[in-house]
Design a protein around this ligand. Structure first.
Ligand code: FAD
Length: 395
């Protein structure tokens, strides 16, 4: 049993992507997920997946099924309404993928479409073993393998244990790996809207104080008249808006959106998510690896969270594939050290960068708001700086 077995704990989107890639290898892939999968389908969020993630869906073989629901992200507009002088309009900057010879930045895809397609792919795989309604309660790493014990009394051995358990990873706690955390007293509210004007494949992020109000286009048969909104603001503002009646809520979001898509109308349930940054002080321990939100959590600002997790997964898969091809142990210290050496500085830098971006997007400080506004104006005059920023944003 222990030879060529990988054990994945947690089947959110990151766990599903990891399991799907590892199932392409000659490995037994055991996955533990305590929750019912119906919760995946209640997720109202959509993810702006950048092109590396799309390539992973292609590699797994699920892209053709996902594509009909995927909205190309062609333009990104930032509108700053907070820092301008009273007699001037808001400052706006448009980032166009053509500026770096790309057709699109990626695709906006409903999370439930991604999850259901990956789950369908996995359930057809003979080497995928699902332990649903069960979770790991203990693990012991030895020189040759790792042994795990589940709440339902299952004992398994494998080479590598991968934590995809999300922000409160139990494996991380058992390994006593602590983390740095920054909170912002901020919530992100997510919902879908219909609007009276076409989105024209454009994402618009409106900056004021409290956090960005972002309208992300959705693919729909209704002539580009549907979008997802991620509204980040202080907990007080979001909680108050969350409890409004539909007509008042529609009026408020239309005003928040500055009418750039015409009248907005709520078409889904609303969901709220806490916003914080978190980075663990270590990514690996013996035969154990923390990836995705088990390792790093970022505010939704800049749509980097899951895309960074996909980068983790791609790199882990590449080094494990290489080890497997030369009959080496995928859980060996050398493999995990290599992962940590490469991913630790990259994920740390990303979390810090998004933390700063979030601070700037929510600031109440007059000086910082003016600086933000001036910077955006400067960007409009500097195509090369704009190109550099686009490349940084795309990783
Ligand atoms: C409003 C919002 C918008 C976002 N938009 C974007 C975007 O546009 N682009 C982007 O890149 N990112 C985005 N993100 C970030 C992205 O949604 C998250 O990074 C991603 O959903 C986290 O996935 P995950 O699989 O790592 O964790 P989770 O989704 O939390 O999954 C963890 C899984 O592990 C399970 N689990 C928990 N404990 C245990 C245990 N002890 N044993 C076994 N299993 C366990 C849970 O049940 C769950 O299924 C956004 C986030 C928010 C909040």
């Amino acid at each position: 049993m222990s030879s060529n077995t990988v054990i994945i704990s947690g089947l959110g989107i990151s766990g599903l992507i990891t399991a799907s890639l590892f199932c392409k290898e000659k490995l037994q892939v055991h996955c533990f997920e305590p929750d019912d999968f119906s919760k995946l389908f209640e997720d109202q969020r959509t993810t702006a997946f950048l092109n590396p993630a799309i390539n992973v869906f292609k590699e797994i073989g699920v892209w053709e099924n996902i594509k009909p629901f995927a909205q190309p992200l062609k333009e990104m507009e930032i509108i700053d309404v907070a820092g301008f002088k009273k007699n001037q309009g808001p400052t706006s900057v448009i980032f166009d993928p053509n500026e770096i010879n790309l057709e699109s930045f990626g695709y906006n895809i409903p999370n439930k479409i991604v999850s259901s397609n990956l789950l369908d792919f996995l359930t057809e795989k003979k080497n995928f073993v699902l332990h649903n309604g069960d979770s790991l309660v203990d693990h012991y790493a030895f020189d040759q393998n790792i042994r795990v014990k589940s709440a339902k009394g299952k004992v398994l051995e494998g080479q590598l244990l991968i934590s995809c358990e999300g922000r409160d990873s139990a494996i991380r706690k058992r390994e006593k790996i602590s983390s740095f955390k920054a909170s912002y007293n901020q919530l992100a509210m997510v919902f879908q809207v219909s609007h009276s004007e076409n989105h024209k494949d454009r994402t618009s992020e409106i900056l004021d104080t409290g956090g960005p109000f972002t309208i992300i286009p959705l693919r729909s048969s209704a002539n580009q008249l549907k979008s997802t909104v991620v509204w980040m603001d202080t907990s007080e503002v979001i909680n108050e808006a969350f409890n409004l009646r539909k007509t008042e809520f529609n009026a408020l979001i239309t005003k928040k959106s500055m009418n750039i898509r015409g009248q907005l109308k709520l078409t889904s349930r609303k969901q709220k998510w806490p916003v914080f940054s978190q980075i663990t002080k270590a990514l690996v321990s013996k035969r154990t690896i923390l990836i995705a939100e088990s390792a790093h959590v970022m505010p939704p600002t800049g749509a980097q969270g899951l895309n960074t997790s996909v980068e983790d997964i791609i790199y882990l898969y590449q080094i494990c594939k290489k080890a497997l091809r030369s009959n080496k142990d995928i859980g060996a210290d050398k493999v995990l050290r290599q992962y940590s050496l490469v991913r630790f500085p990259l994920t740390g830098g990303k979390v810090f960068g998004v933390h700063l971006l979030n601070k700037i997007s929510m600031t109440k400080n007059r000086f910082l708001k003016t600086a933000r506004n001036n910077f955006l104006k400067h960007l409009n005059k500097s195509p090369s700086l704009k190109r550099t920023l686009i490349k940084v944003g795309l990783g």
